[in-house]
Design a protein around this ligand. Structure first.
Ligand code: SF4
Length: 145
């Protein structure tokens, strides 16, 4: 049986109101919630593609590392250690302004990245980034589902 739940999209900081169809604990459809006072039924294609993002069989679930034409999986701890060591080497050689990170929009799915970017900036004095949304400009609000 399909159950419809009201929620909000966490893909970016616009947080559009959505109705989510769930069947057997699987999200099968997302559409704009016309009763949401802020978004009034608007969703962008990214929000409506959430079922595919959540359940896609090729979804990447672990860090990957490219070595030439090949990719291998590694643990999150090993990935962070490698990335940290490389960033440390770049900063040591070229200074803190040589590193910048784009963290997306600051929505719930990227809030940890935003927080870690702020922390990184404080620790290294490196370039800050500006969280922003690429899908919430006024023209896109004309597109309703
Ligand atoms: S603009 Fe798109 S990605 Fe952002 S909250 Fe709304 S549906 Fe989600």
């Amino acid at each position: 049986m399909i159950e419809t739940r009201k929620s909000f999209c966490r893909f970016c900081h616009v947080f559009c109101g959505v109705e989510v169809d769930v069947e057997d604990d699987r999200v099968i459809a997302v559409r704009g919630d016309r009763e949401n006072a802020a978004s009034e039924g608007y969703t962008c294609p990214k929000g409506r593609a959430e079922p595919e993002r959540i359940h896609h069989p090729d979804r990447i679930l672990r860090p990957r590392k490219r070595d030439g034409d090949r990719w291998s999986e590694l643990s999150p701890d090993d990935a962070l250690d490698e990335i940290g060591a490389k960033l440390r080497a770049i900063i040591d050689e070229h200074g803190p302004e040589s590193v910048a990170v784009y963290v997306g929009c600051g929505g719930a799915s990227t809030s940890r990245a935003t927080a870690s970017s702020a922390l990184r900036s404080r620790r290294t004095s490196s370039t800050s980034t500006t969280p922003t949304s690429r899908c919430s400009s006024p023209p896109t609000r004309l597109h309703r589902t």
